[in-house]
Design a protein around this ligand. Sequence first.
Ligand SMILES: Nc1ncnc2c1ncn2[C@@H]1O[C@H](COP(=O)(O)OP(=O)(O)OP(=O)(O)O)[C@@H](O)[C@H]1O
Length: 266
Amino acid sequence: MLDTTTRKGRTETSGPTAAATPALVTENVARSFGALKAVSNVSITIAPGERRAILGPNGAGKTTLFNTICGDHPPTAGRILLFGEDITHLQPHRRARLGIGRTYQSSLLFDGLSVLENLYLAVRGAMPGRLSLWKAGHDDPALAKARRLAEQVRVDTIAQARIQSLSHGQRRQVEVGMALASDPRLLMLDEPAAGLSAAERPELVKLIRDLPRELTLILIEHDMDVALPNSDKVTVMKDGEVVVDSTPDRIADDPLVQAIYLGGEH
Ligand SMILES: Nc1ncnc2c1ncn2[C@@H]1O[C@H](COP(=O)(O)OP(=O)(O)OP(=O)(O)O)[C@@H](O)[C@H]1O
């Protein structure tokens, strides 16, 4: 994997170069909302299996960058390649079929349904064909997969519990399971630890750490204790632009990062 440090146009590279097609490339990606440039000129390359944290203060453009990648708000300029395929102009569901899974800052869970039912719906939603919950039987492969996902995200012991009875941390675990339902090659987690108590965080960190190593992961996270142990590289954004691209061991000491992130601006 590349070991690269970038600061506003300057790039230092050391270590072996990755020959494989990158999992994700954004080339000069921009997204405006009217006159507001939420994301400007973002060029990042993420290797297959890499875990990348995206940090930055509120309003830096992190979620908007996610939205340009998954297609919720496609870029107004630039290009996005997923495993070498140009997805810049594809609809979100086409991008999902090509291997993008994501979570959102706000919950998309059905409160009145059980954990297993939510996971089942996510599995069925990722399958071609019409959704038909009433056909679910014990030999339904989608149900078996939902059960496997429940184990993977450590909610199998509460599989029958309704979402509304879950703790915030457990809900986050279910959300990760739902994002995994489509067997993504690129998983994007938007602030998975937001709102979690100190007691709930280690479970989530462990869940993320135990995700299959071949899965490429992009993580937006304010909490350094969650972001840094779970990342190979860290990208810091401010005012819609990438301002630092570095490694977790260097990031905390970076004066620019300290000024804009640890300095309490967010
Ligand atoms: N749908 C939208 N319409 C108009 N403006 C938007 C929209 N989405 C985001 N923005 C604006 O774009 C800028 C970047 O927002 P974004 O949510 O991407 O930042 P962020 O880094 O994810 O922040 P946070 O950490 O608070 O989630 C902000 O000024 C925001 O108000």
